[in-house]
Design a protein around this ligand. Structure first.
Ligand code: C2O
Ligand code: CU
Length: 494
């Protein structure tokens, strides 16, 4: 690595980090990069999360390979809200490139081109039997007939939502993003980049070999979709001599929006006495953010997209530009000129977001580094409205520092009057990343009780690279316990 290349910012994805944005790790949001030879110690405090979360580098495309799982067990003296599994199996869905991962963005970064597609999807680092690679190294789970296993699944893929399934076996959902859910049985899951999903799998099928398989779900005209399937093997034949080739599960096709939403729709919080929910019922801060991919005119060097144009992406028509120093330090030390506080709380114009004929002004976003400012303890409803500006897609939106409640979603344009009546305020699932349905909207609620500077972005890396990000700045409260912690002494210098 050359002297100038900076590296490694690590983030605990989906960990709340109460009052401590200093350890949240997003490059140019929470800190400047840790350069070769420097070090920085992250302090992680696990308070509300229980189940599976993860961590990854948050600098350029380094997260492609620099990532891992964090398992949070039940507090001492408490137990899972389901019978204790016989064993637990971590499963990380990933991708593999023949190129150096730091070259993946290719021309995507500054000139709005497409990133380099991966050469394989992987399960725990292995592409599996369906690729012309080493079969010996395909990930295997040896199971005992009749026993139940807890699969902790993280989608660390860069750019694709993923369907995941196991041949013949039902999966029982028990958690998402570090929060327990009501159990339900399903043949497959849909998991977006950034999400984690915990399922129980009972080895209740005849002894044999069964594939666990994952394949992309890509709603936007198959962008990046390469029709390949990664596999691992569930092996329950212990002692049986009858070795046959494993069965493949049926997976929904890549453009199966129905299958994707049918799954997400079933998610519900546990909402029990031991795991109560706390969804704000009275809202004082209403936000509506449009989520768009744009295609801009350009010339010469700044130009690397299709049709002589370049891609960009935006939230409320603002395409995020990373600042020269991190927003957090600029905020804490009152450094002017690093970011603005004028991120719009609504789109500037109402229009038919998911329609075909869009007004000219939404085709060209403004570029800028703007933060959306929230009062401490505000009760917030945020509607994320997908648009059809260039094409519609399922955007997995991720908010740092919070676990929000997904109270509603639908297709088409959000209609406040009508759609609020259909909200689930009883047991909405709590998540840190939510997929906005293709040509639709999602409504989330949360209480802004974690002061600090928090990034929000699409977890499809190419969209984030094109500017589908913003910063949410939650002000301090009045008391010492409701203020951001002071910076640690080893904050990397910019
Ligand atoms: Cu896992 Cu800012 O992301
Ligand atoms: Cu996106």
């Amino acid at each position: 690595m050359s002297q100038h290349q900076h590296f490694l910012i690590v983030l605990r994805h989906g960990v709340r980090q109460p009052r401590n944005p200093w350890s949240d790790g997003a490059e140019y949001i929470n800190q400047c990069p840790i350069r070769p030879g420097q070090n920085f110690t992250y302090k992680i405090q696990l308070t509300t999360e229980e189940g599976t979360v993860w961590w990854h580098a948050h600098s350029g495309w380094a997260r492609a390979t620099v990532h891992g799982m964090i398992i949070v067990y039940p507090k001492q003296g408490t137990s899972y809200p389901f019978p204790k599994p016989y064993a637990e199996v971590p499963i990380i869905l990933g991708e593999w490139w023949k190129k150096n991962v730091m070259d993946i963005p290719g021309n995507a970064n500054k000139t709005g081109g497409e990133p380099i597609l991966s050469d394989a999807y992987t399960i725990n680092g292995q592409p599996g039997d369906l690729y012309p690679c080493s079969k010996q190294e395909t990930f295997r789970i040896q199971v005992k007939p009749g026993k139940t296993y807890l699969l902790r699944i993280v989608n660390a893929v860069m750019d694709e939502n993923v369907f995941f399934s196991t041949a013949r076996h039902k999966l029982t959902l028990v958690g998402t993003d570090g929060f327990y859910t009501k159990q339900f049985q399903t043949d497959y899951i849909m998991i977006t980049p950034g999400q984690s999903i915990d399922v129980l799998l009972k080895a209740d099928q005849p002894p044999g070999l069964y594939y666990l398989a994952a394949r992309a779900y890509s709603s936007a005209f198959g962008a990046g979709f390469d029709n390949t399937t990664t596999t691992a093997i569930l092996d329950s034949q212990s002692g049986h001599s009858n070795y046959s080739s494993p069965l493949l599960p049926p997976l929904p096709p890549y453009n199966a929006t129905q299958a994707s939403t049918a799954f997400s729709r079933k998610l519900r919080s546990l909402a029990s006495k031991e795991h109560p929910i706390n969804v704000p019922l009275k809202i004082d801060t209403h936000l509506l953010l449009t989520v768009s991919v744009n295609l801009l005119n350009c010339t010469g060097k700044s130009c690397n997209g299709p049709f002589g144009k370049r891609f960009s992406a935006s939230l409320n028509n603002i395409s995020f530009v990373p600042p020269r120093m991190d927003v957090l330090q600029a905020y804490y030390y009152h450094v002017n000129g690093v970011f603005g506080t004028n991120f719009p709380k609504y789109p500037s114009d109402g229009f038919d977001y998911t329609g075909k004929n869009l007004p000219d002004n939404v085709l060209t976003p403004d570029f800028g580094t703007r933060a959306l400012v929230l009062e401490y303890n505000a009760s917030v409803e945020m509607v994320l409205q997908g648009t059809n500006v260039l094409a519609s897609d399922n955007h997995p939106m991720h908010l740092h520092g919070y676990g929000f409640y997904v109270v509603g979603w639908g297709f088409g344009n959000f209609d406040p009057e009508k759609d609020r009546l259909g909200y689930n305020l009883v047991d909405p699932p709590q998540e840190t990343t939510v997929g906005i349905p293709n040509n639709g909207w999602v409504a989330v609620r949360f209480r802004a009780d974690n002061p600090g500077v928090w990034m929000m972005h699409c977890h499809l890396e190419r969209h984030q690279t094109w500017g589908m990000s913003t910063v949410i700045l939650v002000k301090n409260g009045d008391t010492a316990e409701t203020k951001m912690l002071p910076p640690p002494h080893d904050v990397p210098s910019c």
